[in-house]
Structures are given as C-alpha cells and as structure tokens.
Design a protein around this ligand. Structure first.
Ligand SMILES: Cc1cc2nc3c(=O)[nH]c(=O)nc-3n(C[C@H](O)[C@H](O)[C@H](O)COP(=O)(O)O)c2cc1C
Length: 350
C-alpha cells in the first residue's frame, strides 16, 4: 500500500529521474530503517552456487547500480547478491536521453541506456562501500562489457582489462554479451565469435587465479532473442571453456507482447512481465540441455514470488530481478526469497 503510494509519485517522473531520486536517497533511507516500513527481511535460506554461499536465492540484476555506489544499501533491502555494472574500461555517457520508457499496462520497461557508467577506476573506488554487504555474507557480482566505441575485434581486450582490474573485488564476474544497446555486442554470441572470446576469458582467469590464489567464478549472460539451438550451442561452448554459470536472460528486442501499447515502439531492450515467458523458456532449454553441468541464473520478468518459484521449477539455481523491483517494490525481494526457500524445502522432502 505504502509502496503503491510512492510508486504513483515516482511514475509521474521520467524513469531516469525516478531512478536518480531513489539512488540519491537509498544510502540514508535504508540504514535509517525506512525500507522496513514497506518490506520485511527475508529468512536466511543459503544456497551454494558456483562454489559460493549465497544468503538467499534472490539478487539484483545488473543495470540498477551501474557504478557500484550503493551495494550495501541495496543489499540492506534483502538481496542475497547484487550484480553491479555493466562496467566498461573507461567512463562513458551512454546513449542520448530520453533512453528509458515504462510500458505501464504491461508492467514492462524499454531501455536504451547503452552502458552509461563511470569506468573501472571510479568503480574500484565506489566498491569500497560494498564491504558492509560482503561482511554480512552478501555476494557481489561485477558485470563487465565492452566500450561502445570498441569494435568487435577489440572486445576481448576490453573484457580482459576489466577482469584484470576488478577480479580481486568480485565474488563472481558476469560477462555481458547480450545487451541490445551496445553496437554489435550481441554478435559475440555467434559460434565463431564466442570461441575466441571464451578462450581469452578462460586464459585470463587462469592468469588471475594464479596471481590472486583465488578462482573467481564467471557467468555469461545471454539474450532471449537467440533461438533454442543457438542457446544449446552457446551452452556447450560455456562448458567447453570452463565457465561457471549462465545467466538467462538479458532484455529482448521482441515487441510481440506489447504491440500497440504506449511507448512500445521505442528503441531498446524490453524487460519485465512481457519478457517472463521467453526468458523462462530459455532457462528450461538450458536446464534440459545442460543436465546440471552448469548452474543457471534466471533473469527476466520476475514480478512476484510465484514468478521466482517458476524460474526455479524451470531449472534455475538463482533468480535476479530488476523491473519487478520497480513495479512491485522492495517487498518482492523477501516474498520471492522465502517462497523459493519453501519450495526447496518441499522438494527436499519429496
Ligand atoms: C534500465 C535498465 C538497465 C539495464 N542495464 C543493464 C546492464 O547495464 N547490464 C546488463 O547486463 N543488464 C542490464 N539490464 C538488464 C537486467 O539486468 C535484466 O537482465 C533484465 O532487465 C531482465 O530482468 P527484469 O525483467 O527483472 O528487469 C538493464 C535493465 C534495465 C531495465
């Protein structure tokens, strides 16, 4: 009720203004306990994924904290993991504004942000404030990408540079090759492009593992717009090169579910409720194909606790949300985490 009131105010602002307002205030509002008025804390329900212990199965998807500045406060709302980024080697402004639109009747968002972020060096400094979250057992994922201006042939070098400097800070790294708003990025999912990219990532990780005496797991984030055969083929390549998980999925270019609605013809990636079916179908395809060889991190259209459980039923090990947090408010975090914990308990008994 209280969040619905806040949301009706926030939805009068442009999505980016609303986002900025939240981010500017979250660092005092959460420590002061204001979030407790609208959301409870999830039960401790740890899950082990990629060799890491997550305090619960629900995390914040990449894109909300693009600069890694608010990890502890966002974590204070109950997320078991926070994925910051996408971070690129150097700061970049992203695409021209406006570049984010709500599709309210469908509970969707179209974003054309284009990896606006502060670059590696500033992110390293920002991420010092993540220590509180990590000390409480929260898991920090760092999502990395290529600079908009980097041609495809230079993409690996950008990922390698990000890995080199961010490795020590990350509990896990997420490789974003599926954002539709960065020129040519999604082409990296093609069989011929993926092979040298994954080999380069695996080689770099080996070097960093020796340097830091610590193996940081890597997940690769894929697009819901790949067809099922391409999903299976990419999954085989992830296994071949020793990746630790696959994140399914990023936003979609499809407008099938929002045709004719206001803002539906805006350019960018669609997230939220209209993405749920396809993103969940990709989780199912991966799960049936991988048969447990790699865990799946599900992202796409989780608006309720039932949606989160449906992702687990499709074969996910962790669930992330972004758009659901905007539409449903922070209460959805504990509701989803506790519903998954109950579902796991029931499954273990059967
Ligand atoms: C405004 C906005 C910005 C996003 N930025 C990123 C990003 O920088 N990197 C990334 O991997 N995904 C990004 N995403 C995608 C989300 O991480 C998530 O995968 C997608 O929105 C589907 O989940 P959802 O339906 O719960 O929002 C962004 C999504 C939104 C709505």
């Amino acid at each position: 009720m209280l969040y619905e009131l806040a949301r009706s105010f926030l939805f009068k602002l442009s999505p980016e203004t609303a986002h900025k307002l939240i981010m500017d205030n979250v660092d005092w509002a959460v420590p002061l306990g204001l979030v407790k008025l609208i959301a409870r804390t999830p039960r401790e329900s740890p899950v082990n994924v990629m060799g890491l212990r997550f305090p619960n199965a629900v995390g914040l998807a990449a894109g909300m904290d693009k600069t890694g500045s608010h990890v502890s406060s966002l974590g204070g709302m109950g997320f078991g993991h926070i994925e910051v980024g996408t971070i690129t080697p150097r700061p970049q402004p992203g695409n021209p504004k406006p570049r984010c639109w709500r599709i309210i009747p469908a509970k969707g968002i179209i974003n054309h942000m284009g990896f606006n972020n502060c670059g590696i060096d500033q992110a390293i400094s920002n991420l010092r404030s993540a220590d509180g979250f990590k000390l409480r057992g929260g898991i920090l994922g760092i999502n990395i990408g290529k600079q908009n201006s980097t041609p495809l042939s230079g993409a690996l070098a950008d990922y390698v540079e990000c890995m080199d400097k961010l490795y020590s800070l990350a509990d896990y790294l997420a490789i974003d090759i599926s954002c539709p708003n960065t020129p040519e990025l999604t082409k990296l999912q093609g069989a011929d492009e993926l092979d040298p990219l994954l080999k380069g990532l695996a080689d770099k990780r080996k070097e960093l593992e020796d340097r830091d005496s610590r193996r940081v797991p890597i997940t690769v984030k894929i697009s819901p717009d790949l067809d099922d055969d391409a999903v299976r083929r990419a999954a085989d390549q992830f296994v071949q090169y020793g990746m630790d998980a696959v994140t399914a999925t990023n936003t979609t270019l499809s407008r099938d579910k929002v045709k004719g609605l206001p803002n539906s013809d805006m350019v960018g990636g669609l997230s939220g409720r209209p993405l749920f079916e396809r993103a969940t179908a990709v989780v199912r395809v991966l799960s049936e194909h991988l048969k447990g060889e790699l865990p799946i991190i599900a992202s796409g259209g989780v608006m309720t606790a039932e949606d989160a459980v449906a992702k687990m039923e499709a074969g996910a090990s962790l669930v992330q949300l972004y758009t659901g947090f905007i539409y449903s408010g922070p209460a959805v975090i504990a509701e989803a985490a506790d519903a998954i914990a109950d579902w796991q308990k029931k499954n273990a008994q059967n």
